[in-house]
Design a protein around this ligand. Structure first.
Ligand code: ATP
Length: 348
C-alpha cells in the first residue's frame, strides 16, 4: 500500500515561490503524471515527495504517516532520473545490485532479485558490460532495473525518457507503463511532453508557475480543459484558440461566425480541435485562404488565419489545396469550447 497525500504543500526559497498549495491524494498503485513547461515546479514537487527538498508549507503523508521530517532513505521510494546515475566502474549486474547492498538485504537474496529485475527490462544479455559499453536506451533500462530491484512502494520518475531517441522513447514508455502495472507500485512521473503524459497517466496534473491548473484523467483534460493554458498544452496540435465577440449566441471574429452557442454577450475565446472541425466544399463557419498544408500520412493538416490566429484543421488524407486558395471549415457548436477572454477560465 502506498497512498500519498499532499496537503497544501508549498515550497519557497526566500520570496520566490516554486510550488504553492499543492493539494492532492494519489491513490495506491495510481500512475500520476506531473505535466507542465520548464520551471513550473514539477521536479520540485517530486523532490519534496522524495525528501530531497524541504517542504516549506503543508504536509506530505505516505500511508497515513507524515514524512516531512523523514530522510529520503526511510521513505520506501525509488527514483529514476533523466541522467541515469549509473556507476561507471561497475558492470550492469553490480549496478542493479547496488541498492540491495546499501540496504543490507541478505546476500542470499541478491542474485534472484537482480536477475528478476534484469529480466523485466530485458537486460540479461548485458549483465557483464560496463555502462560505457551500453546504448542510451540500455543504460536507461539499467536505471529502471535498479529502481525495481528494491521493490519499493513508490516510484518517482523525472523525465526518464528525455535522453532517448523518438523510437526508443515509445518502446521504453510502453515498458514503464507495463512495469508499473505489473509491480503494482504508486508511480509519480514528471514530464513536459504531453503525449507521454496522455499515454502513461491514470491522472495528469497540469502545472504552471508552481500552481496546479487541472487534475484529471487524460480524457477529462482533453475533453474539458479547465482553462486556455491547459487547452494550449494538450493535444497535437494544441487546441485552436480564437479571440472574438459573442452576440446573441453567435461567436464572431474576422473570417469566422459560429452560431448556436450558449455564452453571455461580450469578448470571449473560442476553442476547437483540429480533428473535430472539417473542411467543407463551400461556405463554412470559417472561411479564409490556406496558409499552409502538411501531409501527415493518415490525414492532411490545413492551416488558415482567422480572428488573428493561425488555426489548424485536419482534413482527409487525400485532401489537397494550394497555399492562398480559399478554404471553408465547418465548426459546429457542439465541438466548441468557450473560455473567458480575461482569465482564460473555461465557461460552463
Ligand atoms: P524542468 O522541466 O525545466 O525541469 P520543472 O517544472 O521541473 O522544470 P523545477 O525544477 O521544479 O521546474 O523548478 C521550479 C522553479 O523553482 C523554477 O523557476 C526554478 O528556477 C526554481 N528553483 C528550483 N530550485 C531552486 C533553488 N534551489 N533555489 C531557487 N529557485 C529554485
Amino acid at each position: 500500500m502506498a497512498e500519498i497525500q499532499l496537503k497544501n504543500v508549498g515550497k519557497r526559497w526566500g520570496s520566490f515561490v516554486g510550488v504553492q498549495n499543492f493539494d492532492l491524494t494519489i491513490a495506491d498503485q495510481e500512475f500520476l503524471v506531473l505535466l507542465g513547461p520548464s520551471g513550473c515546479g514539477k521536479t520540485t514537487t517530486m523532490r519534496m515527495i522524495a525528501g530531497l527538498e524541504d517542504v516549506t508549507e503543508g504536509d506530505i503523508i505516505i500511508d497515513g504517516e507524515r514524512v516531512n521530517d523523514l530522510e529520503p532513505k526511510d521513505r520506501d521510494i525509488s527514483m529514476v532520473f533523466q541522467s541515469y546515475g549509473l556507476y561507471p566502474n561497475m558492470n550492469v549486474y553490480d549496478n542493479i545490485r547496488f541498492p540491495l547492498k546499501v540496504r543490507k538485504v541478505p546476500t542470499a537474496e541478491h542474485d534472484e532479485r537482480v536477475m528478476r529485475a534484469a529480466a523485466m527490462v530485458e537486460l540479461e544479455p548485458f549483465l557483464h558490460r560496463k555502462p560505457a559499453e551500453l546504448s542510451g536506451g540500455q543504460r536507461q533500462r539499467v536505471a529502471l532495473a535498479r529502481a525495481i530491484v528494491r521493490e519499493p512502494n513508490v516510484f518517482l520518475m523525472d523525465e526518464p525518457l528525455s535522453n532517448l531517441d523518438a523510437k526508443l522513447r515509445v518502446s521504453t514508455r510502453a515498458q514503464i507503463k507495463n512495469l508499473s502495472h505489473e509491480l503494482k507500485v504508486t508511480t509519480i512521473y514528471v514530464t513536459h511532453d504531453q503525449i507521454e503524459a496522455m499515454t502513461l497517466a491514470d491522472r495528469v496534473v497540469v502545472m504552471k508557475q508552481g500552481v496546479v491548473q487541472q487534475v484529471g484523467t487524460p480524457t477529462d483534460i482533453y475533453d474539458a480543459p479547465a482553462n486556455t493554458f491547459v487547452a494550449s498544452f494538450i493535444g497535437s496540435p494544441a487546441m485552436n484558440l480564437v479571440e472574438g465577440e459573442m452576440k446573441g449566441g453567435v461567436f464572431n471574429a474576422d473570417g469566422i461566425s459560429v452560431g448556436g452557442l450558449t455564452a453571455p454577450d461580450g469578448p470571449i475565446t473560442l476553442g476547437f480541435r483540429a480533428e473535430d472541425a472539417s473542411v467543407v466544399v463551400s461556405k463554412g463557419d470559417a472561411n479564409a485562404p490556406a496558409y499552409t498544408m502538411e501531409l501527415l500520412g493518415d490525414a492532411t493538416m490545413v492551416a488558415i488565419r482567422i480572428g488573428g490566429a493561425l488555426v489548424n484543421v485536419k482534413a482527409s488524407k487525400d485532401y489537397r489545396t494550394e497555399i492562398g486558395a480559399p478554404v471553408a471549415v465547418s465548426i459546429p457548436a457542439e465541438i466548441c469550447h468557450l473560455f473567458r477572454s480575461d482569465t482564460g477560465e473555461r465557461l460552463e
